[in-house]
Design a protein around this ligand. Structure first.
Ligand code: FES
Ligand code: FES
Length: 235
């Protein structure tokens, strides 16, 4: 992202009580600035633990990116099986377009850094990070959100077992997990617990555990394998 948006911007802020003035690439994330420029390596890229007031965090996050790159681009894509045409700001991320313009709020924007998985979407058959993909890049794409997969019944068995096994967690992390797991299940076979964990390693829960989730995925994979080929795929 830093490489894509290299224009420099002067910023003035207070970090840990000290005034800081800097010239930063437009696409540089705050955590990278703090770690790389100020040597504050306590904030890890694995999670957005940088503390800002909600309003300031919003201002400095992806919304600011949208405001900075306002040139409009016409896009034409398919979302949850429906054709969509739109005119979007060049800097708008796909997850914001889906949430803000189409009202598909299942995918969340959390870390905005590609590490937490809350924004996971299915694009052209692959699980992708909606916070790292621009809406403009989705021109011509086939996009599915957790709402579409759910309405289609493609993940009904997974959703049912999530409830049965108490794997259902909060609304922030669960939608992304379901979309990521759907990708694994669509690949077929019966993944080992290690493979399930590996596949879900990009989907963070900040508060509970993964044991029940792995149980649920393992259960669904086994049931699907026993039933033989059947159409859980939407592609
Ligand atoms: S919001 Fe965390 S990976 Fe996209
Ligand atoms: S982040 Fe959703 S339950 Fe932990």
């Amino acid at each position: 992202m830093t490489e894509m948006f290299r224009d420099k911007i002067d910023i003035s802020l207070t970090v840990n009580g000290e005034p800081v003035e800097a010239r930063v690439p437009a696409g540089q994330h705050l955590v990278d600035f703090l770690r790389g420029e100020l040597g504050l390596t306590g904030a890890m890229q694995a999670a957005n633990t940088v503390s800002l007031t909600p309003r300031r965090r919003q201002d400095r996050g992806r919304k600011r990116m949208t405001e900075m790159f306002r040139d409009k681009i016409d896009i034409s894509l398919t979302v949850n099986g429906e054709p969509v045409e739109a005119r979007v700001p060049a800097g708008q991320h796909l997850v914001d377009f889906l949430r803000g313009e189409l009202g598909l709020t299942g995918a969340h924007a959390s870390c905005e850094h590609g590490v937490c998985g809350a924004c996971t979407l299915k694009v052209d058959g692959k699980a992708v990070r909606g916070c790292l993909m621009l809406a403009a890049q989705a021109d011509g794409a086939d996009v599915w959100t957790v709402e579409g997969l759910s309405d289609l019944g493609a993940i009904k068995d997974l959703q049912d077992v999530f409830v049965e096994r108490n794997a259902l967690q909060c609304g922030f992390c669960t939608p992304g997990m379901l979309v990521a797991i759907n990708e694994l299940l669509e690949a077929g076979g019966t993944p080992s617990r290690d493979q399930i964990r590996e596949h879900l390693s990009g989907n963070y829960c900040r508060c509970t555990g993964y044991e029940a989730i792995v149980d649920a995925v393992e259960t669904v994979a086994r049931v699907r394998a026993q039933k033989g080929p059947h159409d859980h795929s939407i592609r």
